[in-house]
Design a binder for this molecule. Structure first.
Ligand code: HEM
Length: 292
C-alpha cells in the first residue's frame, strides 16, 4: 500500500475507500475521453477550441456536483460523502486549469496576448476572476488550512463557491449565445443548491420543502431563460418562455432542472429506509464545524 499512498483513494485511517476510488475514476474519465479524441483527431475542424469548450463545461459540472455533496450528506447522514467533496472541488479546478492551458496553447504561448485578451474581453475577465477564486479555494482545501483559518473563516471563504459558480456560468453562457440551454439548466440547478443550503441552515431540509424547491427551481429556470434571451440575444424571449407550457416542445431547460431538483425530495423520502438516521434528522441538520 505504501507505494500507492500518494493516490487519493485512502481514507483518513489509511484504509482503501471504494467510494474515493470510484469518484477518482469518474472525474478522470472525461479528461481521458477528451485527450483520446484530441490525439485521434476526432475533435472536429477546431480541436483545441472544442477541447476548450468541453473542459470548461466539465469544470462547471464538477463544481455543481461538489455543491451537491453537503445537502446529500445532510439528507442521508452518510458522512463518508465528505471524503469526496475535496476531490470533486479539486478536479473542477484541474479542469479549469487545463481549460486555461488550452487557451494559452491556442494563442501559441503568447502570454502578453493572453493577458491583454483577459483584460479587454469581458467574458475572459470574469472567467479569470472565477479561476482566481477557485485557486484560492483549492489552495486552502487542506486540513492544515482549516486549522489555520478556523472553521468560521474557512466556511466564509469557501461559501464564495456560489458567486464563483454563477460567474463561471455567465462566462460560459456568453460563449454560446444562441443555444445556452446547458448553462441555463446548470444555473437553475445552482439556484436549487443555494435554496437547499438556505433550507438546511433553517433546519427545513424536509421532503415537502424540497418538493417546493423543485417547483421553484423549474420556475426560476424559466425566468433565467427568459432573461437570457431578452438581454443577450435578439430572439423573442416571450415565445421561448411560452414554449415551457407546450408539451410537444419538452423537455425545455426548466423541465430538466425541475426534474433533476426532484431527486432531492426523493432522496429525503427514501433515505430513512436505507440509513440509521435519527427520525428527527430534518431539524437542525446544519452541523457545527466545516460545512462548505
Ligand atoms: C483565465 C481564465 C479563463 C479563460 C482564459 C477562459 C477562456 C475561455 C474561452 C476562450 C472560451 C470559449 C472560446 C470560444 O469559443 O471562442 C471559454 C468558454 C468556456 N469557459 Fe472559460 N476561460 C477561463 C476560465 C474558466 C473557468 C474558471 C471556467 C469554469 C469553472 C470556465 C468555463 C467555461 C465554459 C463552461 C465555457 C463554454 C463552454 C461551452 O458552452 O461550450 N472558464 N473559456
Amino acid at each position: 500500500m505504501t507505494s500507492l499512498a500518494f493516490l487519493p483513494v485512502f481514507d483518513r485511517q489509511g484504509r482503501f475507500s471504494a467510494l474515493k476510488a470510484a469518484v477518482l475514476i469518474a472525474v478522470i474519465l472525461p479528461g481521458l475521453w477528451i485527450g483520446w479524441r484530441l490525439a485521434a483527431g476526432q475533435m472536429g475542424a477546431k480541436p483545441i477550441t472544442a477541447a476548450l469548450h468541453e473542459t470548461g463545461l466539465w469544470s462547471v459540472r464538477l463544481l455543481l456536483v461538489t455543491l451537491l455533496v453537503t445537502p446529500l450528506r445532510a439528507l442521508t447522514w452518510q458522512n463518508r460523502l465528505l471524503q469526496v467533496r475535496r476531490m470533486l472541488g479539486v478536479s473542477a479546478l484541474a479542469y479549469a486549469l487545463i481549460h486555461l492551458g488550452l487557451y494559452v496553447f491556442d494563442l501559441k504561448f503568447d502570454l502578453v496576448k493572453v493577458a491583454s485578451e483577459i483584460i479587454l474581453r469581458f467574458y475572459l475577465t470574469i472567467g479569470f476572476a472565477a479561476l482566481m477564486a477557485m485557486a484560492a479555494m483549492g489552495a486552502t482545501s487542506f486540513d492544515s488550512s482549516i486549522r489555520r483559518l478556523g472553521a468560521e473563516r474557512w466556511n466564509r471563504l469557501h461559501s464564495l463557491i456560489y458567486p464563483l459558480a454563477l460567474l463561471t456560468l455567465w462566462h460560459g453562457a456568453l460563449q454560446s449565445k444562441i443555444d445556452a440551454s446547458e448553462h441555463i439548466v446548470m444555473t437553475g440547478l445552482l439556484l436549487a443548491l443555494m435554496g437547499a443550503r438556505i433550507l438546511r441552515r433553517q433546519g427545513k431540509l424536509t421532503p415537502l420543502w424540497l418538493l417546493g424547491l423543485a417547483g421553484v427551481t423549474a420556475m426560476a429556470t424559466s425566468l433565467v431563460e427568459y432573461a437570457w434571451y431578452a438581454l443577450a440575444t435578439g430572439l423573442p424571449a416571450g415565445r421561448v418562455f411560452a414554449a415551457n407550457l407546450m408539451l410537444e416542445l419538452a423537455p425545455r431547460p426548466a423541465h430538466i432542472a425541475g426534474m433533476l431538483a426532484l431527486t432531492l425530495p426523493l432522496v429525503a423520502w427514501t433515505a430513512p429506509w436505507f440509513s440509521s438516521a435519527p427520525k428527527s434528522r430534518y431539524s437542525g441538520t446544519r452541523q457545527r464545524g466545516v460545512t462548505g
